[in-house]
Every structure is written in C-alpha cells, then in structure tokens.
Design a protein around this ligand. Structure first.
Ligand code: FAD
Length: 382
C-alpha cells in the first residue's frame, strides 16, 4: 500500500511536528479547556502551524504552499487532533479555505488574500449551513442579488466553523433557481457580516457560529462560475470528509494511548487491570477500530491525491472513523472506571469531543446514502 510509505523528508517533518506539539500545543490545550480560543491566540498559533505545512500545505510552493500530498497533510491533522482536537478543527477549516483560494482562486483573489491567509493575518471560514438548511445543501436560501458593480448578499448561516474568529467567509448563496442556482462568494467581515458563537457540548475552542449577512461585494469576489456553487461545494466535501476522518482518528489514538497507560498502572484483584482478559479485549477492539479508521482515511486521501472521483471512499472513511472514535472513546472511559467520567482525567474530554464529529460535512446517515447511491446507482435522497 503505497500510501503507507513515507519519504525521509516526510519522516523528518513528522518528527519536528511531534516535538512542536509536545512543547507548544499540549500546554495550550490545558490553558484553553473547552473555552473559545481568543482570536489573537488563534492567529498566533495558526501562523506557527503554517511553518509545518498545516495551512494549505498541499498547495504548490509557487503559491506559498508546501507541495505536500493530502496523505501527508492528513497525517499532520491526525497528530494535531491527538493533542488538541479543537485546534485541529480550526486549522483544518482555515487550511481548506486557504487551499481553495490557492488552487482555484482568480489571480486577483490570490494576490489579495493568499499571503494574508497563509500567515493567518486573516482567518477563513466556509458558510453553507442555514437554520433551515442542513443535510440538504441544495436548498440554500441566502440570496446574492446583482448590484451595479457586484453583489448584495443577505441571509443567515449557522454552525460555521471558525465563524466568530473569521475575517473572511466563502459563502454559498442563491443567484438563481434550483441546484444550478447557487454560487460562491468571498465576503470579508468588513463588507457586512456579524457573528455569534453557538455553545456546544465540547470543543468550544473551535468556534462554530451564526453569521448574519447584509453585505455588498464587488464582482471579482465571485468564486468560480455563476451557478457552480453546489458543484464546488460537493467536490470540497469529498476531500474534507477524509480530513474529518483524520480528526477522529487523532481522538481515537489519544484515547487508546491513555487507556493502555491506565490499564498498565491501575491494580485490582492483586494485578494490573491490563492483565484481565476483558480489558485486553477492549484494548484490542479499540486498536482495530482506530487502525481501520486510519486506513480508510488514508486511502481516501491517497485517491484525492490521484485526482480521481472518490466520494464513496471518503464517505466510508468519514462515516466509519467518526463513529469508531465514539466507540473507542467510550471504551477508554470504561477502562478508567469512575475516573473515566471525571473531568480531572483527559478521557472525559476526548469522549465529549469524539461525539461531535458524526455531524459536520454530512452526518453518518448522509455518508451511508452517498455510499448506497454509488454502489446501486440509485439515489435514496434528492
Ligand atoms: C462541529 C461542527 C462544525 C460545522 N462546521 C460547519 C461549517 O464550517 N460550515 C457549514 O456550512 N456548516 C457546518 N456545520 C454544519 C453541518 O454541516 C450540519 O450540521 C450538517 O450538515 C447536518 O445538518 P443539520 O445539523 O441541520 O441536521 P439535519 O440535516 O436537520 O439532520 C437531522 C437528522 O436527520 C438525518 N437526516 C437528514 N436527512 C436525511 C436523509 N435524507 N435520510 C436519512 N436521515 C437524514 C441526519 O442524519 C440527522 O440525524 C458544522 C456542524 C458541526 C457540528
């Protein structure tokens, strides 16, 4: 399996990242325990992560990227998520948005935004979901209306990752009727949007916000052709799903490591609990789930690197890995006994964090419908 092979240079990068995470990221996780990361802190740490290829790392060096493969960027994502899932989510979203401008933005969009995003002077987000539009992306109702020299955009978006710390949003808005009536626009906060964080059960370091748009943008901010907004979004989902899978793999691996360490220390019935067969069974199941999830995600990222259609494979990865992480985190809690549900032990936080990821970028049910559609050739959803 080619995607499991790493070059000498890639191994050196992973090693450097491990040292950076140990020194810089782990203390940050302790400092921000389920509270929003202040924008200044997010800016600073995203800029530091960019030095390791975390921000648009797959973009070519000619436009400021690192020329990494998606497989490699996925491995970076797993490592960051293992240490600090909320920050990994923040970096993944900002990177995806930066990468889109690097790979598909117009010359003017690249000249205006790319450098500022690569060094996190501007933080990005992608705004699709609305109060009445979740799984069915095609129903977006935020309107973009033509003005003399551009577009007027009005509507409300919800659950937008990085929303409250964002300076710029890639917004899906309606320019016409039906599925071919959606387009994408780059909207700066100063053009006219406000935000409010939505509190959630975990990962509050990772902003998810309501954005209210009453904005005017010039023509050159349109991304891609008019009417292609849904298509651009669906292609973006194909890749993003493999990255969300890697966020979950990071959480699962962290839980597995913590559970093994605890089981090797804790004694009951005169021996370490790792010597009880049912504890070993849980650890074996956790390791198998985590490895399966990682392999599915890396295969998906490898296919993205090959430039082939791989919606079935990345949906398998996303659906499987996010559910597996919940199972692994739950078993980690079980192995810790009562300590597992104490906020003084780290598995409690990972358990809540794992629960979030079955929802964004298509719920588990939507992933299954995509897989079913691909295999049968028949749509069970519109
Ligand atoms: C942490 C997080 C980050 C997010 N980040 C972003 C972001 O950056 N940008 C953005 O635009 N959005 C973002 N979202 C929103 C996310 O994409 C939506 O929450 C998701 O698409 C589901 O929509 P919904 O929550 O409205 O659920 P709904 O679509 O209302 O679904 C509710 C339930 O119905 C099920 N369901 C829906 N349709 C079907 C069907 N056809 N068949 C079977 N079951 C179905 C779902 O699986 C789910 O169980 C984020 C969400 C979270 C939790």
């Amino acid at each position: 399996m080619e995607f499991l092979k790493r070059t000498e240079e890639e191994l050196l990068l992973l090693d450097a990242v491990d040292r950076f995470i140990e020194k810089r990221i782990k203390p940050l996780r302790e400092a921000y325990n389920d509270v929003p990361l202040p924008k200044s802190v997010a800016r600073q740490v995203l800029a530091e992560l960019a030095e390791f290829g975390y921000i648009a790392g797959t973009a070519p060096e000619s436009v400021g990227g690192y020329g990494l493969s998606n497989v490699m960027q996925g491995l970076l994502t797993e490592r960051l998520s293992r240490a600090f899932p909320g920050l990994a989510g923040t970096a993944f979203i900002h990177s995806a948005m930066t990468n889109r401008i690097a790979m598909a933005g117009s010359k003017k969009q690249q000249d205006t935004y790319l450098q500022k995003m690569l060094n996190a002077e501007m933080i990005g987000c992608g705004a699709i979901t609305e109060p009445d539009v979740g799984s069915n992306t095609a129903d977006v109702s935020t309107r973009a209306t033509r003005t003399e020299d551009g577009w007027s955009i009005s509507g409300e978006k919800v659950w937008i990752s990085n929303g409250n710390i964002s300076d710029i949003a890639s917004v899906v808005a309606r320019t016409g009727d039906g599925k071919n009536g959606l387009s994408r626009f780059l909207v700066e906060r100063k053009d006219g949007y406000t935000s409010r964080d939505i509190p959630k059960m975990a990962m509050n370091e990772w902003s998810t916000a309501t954005l209210s748009f009453d904005a005017k943008v010039p023509d050159w901010r349109q991304v891609g052709d008019e009417g292609k907004g849904l298509q651009i979004t669906l292609v973006g989902f194909q890749t993003a799903r493999a990255y969300v899978a890697m966020l979950s793999v990071g959480i699962a691996q962290a839980c597995l490591d913590l559970a093994i360490a605890y089981a090797q220390e804790r004694e009951q019935w005169g021996k370490r609990i790792a010597q009880h067969q049912m504890i070993q069974e849980m650890i074996a199941d956790m390791a198998t789930l985590t490895d399966n999830a990682r392999l599915l995600a890396l295969r998906g990222l490898y296919l993205v690197d090959q430039g082939v259609r791989c919606d079935i494979q990345t949906s398998m990865a996303k659906g499987y890995a996010t559910e597996a992480a919940i199972d692994v985190a739950s078993k980690a809690v079980q192995i810790h006994g009562a300590c597992g549900i104490s906020s003084e032990f780290p598995v409690e936080r990972y358990f809540r964090e794992a629960r979030l990821l079955t929802i964004p970028d298509g719920t588990t049910q939507i992933q299954k419908l995509i897989i079913g559609r691909g295999l049968t050739g028949l749509r069970a959803f519109n």
